[in-house]
Design a protein around this ligand. Sequence first.
Ligand code: DX5
Ligand code: ZN
Length: 216
Amino acid sequence: MPLIAPSLLAADFANLRRDCERVNDSEADWFHLDVMDGHFVPNISFGLPVIEAIKRHARKPLDVHLMIEKPERYLEDFKNAGADILTVHLEASPHLHRSLQAIHSLMMKAGVALNPHTPVNLLREVLPMIDVVCLMSVNPGFGGQKFIEQTYAKIRELRSMIDASDSPAKIEIDGGVNQDNAGPLVKAGADVLVAGSSVFKAEQPRQAISELKEAG
Ligand code: DX5
Ligand code: ZN
């Protein structure tokens, strides 16, 4: 069964505590938190104080997805805010190797996210250092977008790269994930499903999470 990481980007920000409790009381595994800076991506979401507030209520690991330029400037701040898994974008990281070392030395799991156009083979040299590869299955910046079908080919290629290596990396899929594509994604090799709209826009978020888990 896949790990499920509901994305709080689709939560009701005026009822964030209630939505955190819904995730706590569900079969979800991680909280997925999308940080956007208005530069790396066109949108601005939330930052450190909101993550600190979520940390006070969350009873599951915080999976923090940085969609920001120069993420290396903020690794320690996100650790202090409560991140357990910290993901930087390859496209924003000219010194990715150094950032992965720094994340590990701060005692967090290290993730690398790839935009839809970025080939998975660019990860080859650092794969053993990565705990989570986040394959973006939409262009990052907004929730509620349509899943990009080309992602399946990337999952299969990455799955064989990981299986042929010593890497502990899990494959996480982010964007447009729902109860219909969860099964095929896991079959292609995904380990973690991020889901925003298909959880928080559902009438029963807890039920929606359970359906994603079962479908996978
Ligand atoms: C997109 C974010 C996603 C987003 C997913 O830039 O990285 O995590 O919240 O939202 P849905 O599931 O609605 O596509
Ligand atoms: Zn995300």
